[in-house]
Design a protein around this ligand. Structure first.
Ligand code: ADP
Ligand code: MG
Length: 625
């Protein structure tokens, strides 16, 4: 709740709306005890008094009634009717929507066609028809406004429910033997409540306006009782001669509707979990960079990362996901980046091309150089020209990176045409060739397939083909085989290996699996809590790990045919990125940690590309050096 309020008030306009609406509601609630004149007492001698007259701060209307008193009583009535109508519409509409969406089939069809029929009439006409049938009166106006808004809620809620009704947690509830009623109440309803609240907060303003509209036409509140609409209606005749009689209720309607809408927008944003972690803003096209002048390049390399630091700034919390990473990639080289989940591998990879979402991500130090050109300082246009063209990515889950509504051939062709002005036919021909290159059988035919028609291994091949589309120099593969079974994984790794040989690709291969690193990579860098703790040629690191963390990681890997041995799990958990310990981040989990491990920065030291960030490296590695 506190988080909700904080988010809400971070949006200035919503805060303003909340304050104004709060004041109005408070006034309306206090109206009966305020020292006001009776709202319906006429005094024809004092008709059309101007505002600020003695005894009548807002003046009087055509019957000499006190406008301030009528305004407050009218506001009270309008708010009550508007909120009541919204509540009725939301409850009935949501009930219809949930049942229709959950039941599906014929129930859904019949109900929704009924709702469609309601929607087929312009709603003011429909409201007028309902009031005409029921007779004028505030209660009937309330019913009319509620009824015409039911379809809006029913349609919204049905849509959400349909997508929920067959989710795994609902299936699980069904399997555990819960009845439909219980499932609706305990599984589905809590998930749609935020949607209901959002829909309500954005429509209450409308409903107040609609009720006021009916009253304005004389179909709502009946004289002498005032609501805002009927006050406007009565003032219509004197619009020119005594404008204040219309301006006073008009201004109040404006204030109410405006503050409700501002507040409604804020509530919608604050309830949307996707907007929670970041500010209430859309991510920028490239990661924000806020750094001192970049450090000089520390050597050669096609792709060099020097001292890269990437943070996530979430309000007062700062998570340093990447804390000073140095890494280089020579042409044709394959470097493995290995580490536990959450160690900052993906953020490092995404920082290279400015793909970390910003906000909350900010690159705070370092440089990324491609052929000597600093990418972090590059313009967005330059980054776009390089993305996918010279540096391409392969992601873990190809189903979520492929567009579900286009065939894979079309998507490949699009990737080509972004960077090369070729004709559609030629792009298609190249796409088929690419699919063939990644060993998809029957490539010409498969190009017409949609992502969901392919198996996981096939989709990952399409992902690789997509990365190859523009003949990049560097491919960054972020756990591309983690979602695949071992046989398919072996095929994909072999494919990457062959492609690397035939095309001279440099690959940065991110994984948490030493087996994969051993098969594919020339060098490996081990990452822990946002920093590289050990680096070296694959064989050297695997045979004689120097950092205790690497040693423990390797001990976690089961070995086939290696006989029975104890599998070691590493005790404890990696530190949270917003609360990193000083000194070695691994010290709290390390059996060998000494006092000096826990304070001061420990450098990545060593020679000949074999480096380790540890004061007490493993003896096996020391002997090998
Ligand atoms: P992995 O090594 O598993 O790829 P990541 O690089 O994805 O790990 O994440 C590193 C750290 O950064 C994690 O602790 C994660 O919680 C944090 N992080 C990643 N993305 C975001 C984000 N958009 N907002 C906040 N924190 C994030
Ligand atoms: Mg990752």
């Amino acid at each position: 709740m506190r988080l909700f309020l904080r988010l809400l008030f971070r949006n200035r306009l919503a805060g303003f709306g909340a304050v104004v609406l709060g004041a109005i509601v408070l006034l309306a609630l206090l109206t009966p005890i305020l020292p006001l004149q009776p709202p319906n007492a006429t005094d024809t001698a004092n008709r059309f008094l101007r505002p600020l007259s003695a005894g009548h701060p807002l003046g009087t209307d055509h019957l000499g009634r006190d406008l301030l008193s009528r305004l407050l009583w009218g506001t009270r009535l309008s708010l009550a009717v508007g909120f009541a109508a919204a509540l009725v519409a939301a409850v009935l509409g949501a009930a219809v929507g949930i049942v229709a969406g959950y039941a599906g089939g014929r129930t859904d069809n019949v109900t929704m066609r009924g709702i469609d029929m309601l929607m087929a009439f312009p709603y003011i006409l429909l409201a007028l028809a309902i009031v005409a049938a029921l007779g004028p009166g505030l209660m009937n106006a309330l019913i009319a406004v509620a009824v015409v808004n039911i379809p809006f809620f029913a349609r919204n809620i049905r849509g959400v429910t349909v997508s929920l009704a067959h989710r795994e947690f609902v299936d699980a509830a069904r399997l555990s033997g819960l009845g439909h009623g219980r499932i609706l109440l305990t599984e589905v309803l809590p998930n749609v409540v935020p949607v209901i609240v959002i829909a309500m907060s954005t429509t209450v303003g409308w409903m107040i306006l609609e009720t006021a509209g009916l009253s304005f036409l004389g179909l709502g509140s009946q004289p002498p009782r005032a609501d805002l609409g009927s006050m406007l209606g009565e003032a219509r005749g004197a619009m020119i001669s005594a404008p204040h009689t219309s301006l006073v209720p008009g201004a109040m309607i404006l204030l109410i509707v405006m503050s409700i809408n501002l507040l409604g927008d804020g509530v919608r944003d604050a309830l949307d979990p996707r907007l929670r972690s970041g500010a209430l803003a859309r991510p920028m096209a490239a990661t924000a960079v806020d750094r001192d002048p970049p450090p000089p390049a520390q050597g050669e390399g096609l792709l060099r990362i020097d001292g890269l630091q990437t943070e996530f700034r979430m309000g007062a919390r700062v998570g340093r996901a990447v804390g000073g990473v140095d890494l280089s990639l020579a042409p044709g080289e394959c470097v493995g980046l290995i580490g536990e989940s959450g160690s900052g591998k993906s953020v490092t990879a995404l920082s290279v091309m400015g793909l970390v979402a910003s906000p909350p991500g900010v690159i705070t130090a370092g440089a990324v150089r491609l052929d000597g050109e600093d990418l972090l300082g590059a313009s967005y246009g330059r980054l776009r020209a390089l993305r996918g063209n010279r540096v391409a990515y392969i992601f873990q889950d190809p189903l979520s990176t492929l567009h579900p509504l286009y065939t894979v051939g079309e998507q490949l062709a699009e990737a080509i045409r972004v960077h090369h002005p070729v004709s559609r036919a030629e792009a298609h021909a190249r796409a088929v060739k690419l699919l063939d290159d990644v060993r998809i059988p029957n490539a010409a035919e498969r190009a017409g397939a949609y992502p969901h028609e392919l198996s996981g291994g096939m989709r990952q091949r399409v992902g690789i083909a997509m990365a190859l589309a523009n003949d990049p120099d560097v491919i960054i593969a972020d756990e591309p085989t983690t979602a695949l079974d071992v046989t398919v994984q072996a095929q994909v790794l072999k494919l990457l290996h062959d492609l690397r040989r035939s095309r001279g690709l440099a690959i940065l291969f991110i994984t948490h699996d030493f087996g994969v690193v051993a098969q594919l990579c020339d060098r490996v860098a081990v990452m822990y809590a946002g920093r590289i703790v050990e680096e070296g040629p694959t064989e050297a690191v695997l045979n004689a790990p120097a950092h205790p963390y690497t040693a423990r990681l390797i001990d976690c890997v089961p070995e086939l045919g290696g006989g029975r041995r104890r599998l070691e799990a590493i005790p404890g958990l990696p530190p949270a990125v917003d609360d990193l310990p000083p000194g070695c981040a691994f010290a709290p989990r390390c059996a060998k940690a000494q006092a000096e491990c826990r304070d001061g920065d420990i450098a990545l030291a060593g020679r000949d590309g074999r480096r380790v960030r540890c004061l007490y490296p493993e003896p096996a590695a020391r002997a090998a050096q």
